[in-house]
Design a protein around this ligand. Structure first.
Ligand SMILES: [Zn+2]
Length: 276
C-alpha cells in the first residue's frame, strides 16, 4: 500500500470513502493552503480538511497552514484542533529568515513535522491571492531548509517536491541533514535527476543511508474529493509503481523491491509513527 505524503483536498469533497477503501492507499497527508486565499484553485477550507481527518482517522492525515504572518501561538491552536503537521507555502520572506525561527521552535517542541514547498510553483497574479505572500519561488529555495534543519535538529522538515531548478541544493539537504526529507511530486523533468541520484549515499550521521531512504511518494498536483482528482491520483500511483519497478528494478539498487517500498510508504510511515 502507498502513502501519499503531499496531497490536497478540494472544496465540498465527495467519495472520500471510495479512496479510503480502494486498497491502494494506506494514508493521504492533506495539506491546508487555504490561508493563501488562492482564487486559482478549489482548495478545501481548514475545517473541511479536519473533517476528512475526523471521518477517516489514521487515513487522512491533516497538515495545517503555517501562516508566517501570524504569531507562533497559532501553531498551538492548530495542534489542539487536530493537525498532525504543518504546511509552509508562499512566505513573504525567505524561509530561513531569523524572524521565522520562533515558529520552527514551536513546531519542533510540539512534534509537528513541516512540509515546505520548494522550487517552481504555480503562477498566481497579484489580485488572485492574499496579501503579504510570495508570487515567485525565491523565498522557497531548498537550501533555506538547511539553515532551519541545522538550527532545529529535532524538527522534521519535508521539502515539497525536489526543488527544481535548485536540484543540487536538494542533494545537499538529503546528503547532509538527517532531518530533511523531500517528496517526489511536481515537475517530472526531475525524473532524470532522481534516476541518477537515488543511489547516492548520505553523510548525515546515520549508518548506511541513501537518498532513497529520504524520498517520499506524493501526488500534490491534484485534488482528492472529486472524480477527476481520484482518477489522476490512481494514474500517478500506477505511473510511479511502474517507473520504480521497470526502470529502477532493472538497472539500479534503488529499484530493488524493498528499496521501492521505502519510497512508496516506508519512509513516510517512519515519520508518521515517530510523531503520532
Ligand atoms: Zn502542495
Amino acid at each position: 500500500m502507498i502513502i501519499d505524503a503531499h496531497a490536497h483536498l478540494c472544496r465540498k469533497p465527495r467519495d472520500l470513502d471510495k479512496i479510503a477503501a480502494s486498497g491502494r492507499l494506506e494514508q493521504v497527508w492533506l495539506m491546508d493552503v487555504s490561508g493563501c486565499e488562492l482564487s486559482t484553485n478549489p482548495f478545501a477550507a481548514e475545517a473541511e480538511i479536519l473533517q476528512a481527518a475526523k471521518d477517516f482517522p489514521g487515513f487522512f492525515i491533516p497538515f495545517g497552514y503555517l501562516d508566517l504572518r501570524l504569531t507562533p501561538d497559532n501553531i498551538d491552536r492548530l495542534k489542539e484542533n487536530g493537525f498532525f503537521g504543518l504546511k509552509a507555502y508562499r512566505p513573504e520572506k525567505p524561509y530561513d529568515t531569523p524572524e521565522y525561527f520562533p515558529f520552527y521552535e514551536r513546531a519542533a517542541a510540539l512534534g509537528m513535522p513541516i512540509l515546505f514547498h520548494t522550487g517552481l510553483l504555480e503562477k498566481c497574479p497579484y489580485e488572485q491571492m492574499g496579501q503579504n505572500l510570495s508570487y515567485g519561488p525565491t523565498n522557497m529555495k531548498p537550501a533555506q531548509l538547511a539553515t532551519i534543519a541545522a538550527a532545529f535538529p529535532d524538527l522534521t522538515l519535508i521539502g515539497g517536491h525536489l526543488g527544481y531548478p535548485w536540484l543540487e541544493e536538494t542533494a545537499q539537504n538529503l546528503y547532509y541533514y538527517p532531518n530533511i526529507y523531500h517528496d517526489l511530486s511536481g515537475y517530472r523533468k526531475d525524473i532524470e535527476w532522481l534516476i541518477k541520484n537515488l543511489d547516492r549515499k548520505c553523510h548525515d550521521g546515520f549508518e548506511k543511508r541513501y537518498f532513497n531512504d529520504k524520498v517520499l511518494f506524493a501526488t500534490d498536483a491534484l485534488c482528492y474529493g472529486n472524480e477527476q482528482g481520484h482518477r489522476d491520483a490512481f494514474k500517478l500511483m500506477d505511473f510511479w509503481e511502474m517507473f520504480l519497478e521497470m526502470i529502477g528494478g532493472n538497472y539500479y539498487r534503488w529499484g530493488e523491491p524493498e528499496e521501492r517500498e521505502k519510497i512508496l510508504s516506508d519512509n513516510a510511515r517512519k515519520i508518521y509513527t515517530q510523531f503520532i
